[in-house]
Design a protein. Sequence first.
Length: 388
Amino acid sequence: MTAAGRRPVAVVMTAAFAARLPYVMVSLVMVLLLRAAGYGYGAVGVVVAAYVVTTGLASPLVGRVADRVGAPPVLLASGVSCAAGLAVMALFARELGTGGLIAVAAVTGAVAPPITAVLRAAIPGLVPPEARATVYGLEAALQEILFVVGPLLVVVAVALFDARSAMLMVAGLLTALVTVFAGVVRARSAPAERGHGWAMRSADLRRLVVVYGLLGLCFGSAELAIIAVLDDHGHRELSGVLIACWAGGSLFGGLVVARRARRAPHLRLPSLLIALTGLTVPLALMAVHPALLAGGLVLQGVVIAPALGTIYEMVPDVAPDGLLTEAFGWGSSFVYAGVAAGNAAAGALAGPTGPASGFVIAVVAPLLALPVAVSLRRTVRHRAGAGG
């Protein structure tokens, strides 16, 4: 791409990543806010779960509305509504009680702005097909930075002020930055084609989001296994360091490995799943020492961003015309569900079978995804042959 061709996608991606930064801070701020208000971890967990679950469930519907009426008005309305819900929680955490907080968190999650889906749906209109692999790989890599920087900013804000002030700041930032992103999308993206029906009528999209969900299962189970292993070694405080190493490997993979992608994405995906499986197997063995586990996580992480970027790259090819934002919303729903299931399954196994048992689930998940990806490759090849 020329410098002039790179400029629009750079502007859109920069605005989107800025808008996502306060969004990734919400869950941690919510935990700190509710703990400061005197709620026990049981109540806090249910409230945060209500927010996360409704975000995942509503993602396809919010994306569908964005496909129908355009992304900017949906971004503006959802950004303001979500920020208002966060402000209500900040100002009335004690008065609402557990039931009221669950209700507010559920509504707030349901109206969360579809920043990621809008960004990924805009990319095919901003870059030529041959550049999609690089751009989606870059997007998958850079999102790792958000999950490192966001929690650090929360720690700083709470230390300088308090949890209530931190939540209000997150709400204000979310409103302002989503508004900027909506303006950038309106100015830089062509009007979306209006689609008909539901995105999930595409059998290939259904297969692809199953693969995405199983990757979420892999990541969720591995994440909890990391924490459980370190806790067992008496080094729970190193959890953030090892997860940062994991994210660093993914960042490297997205910036370096994904840029060298040459094969078509439907051919690339099964190979990446095999590589992910092979690099996950040693993690249970490396769990005997935090330093070994950190090294294994860096290596396994190298495959993560390229695998996610490949899935993102395939969504425009398998989604029905005019329903791309909704299609990416379905992907978000499945990966949320996968991560939650992975956390729960690894937690359930950690006690009876050992803290490293979550890594077994992390190995099995991409293996289960492999035949689905292979079947997807066959249908894409058949479709391409029919078209020729």
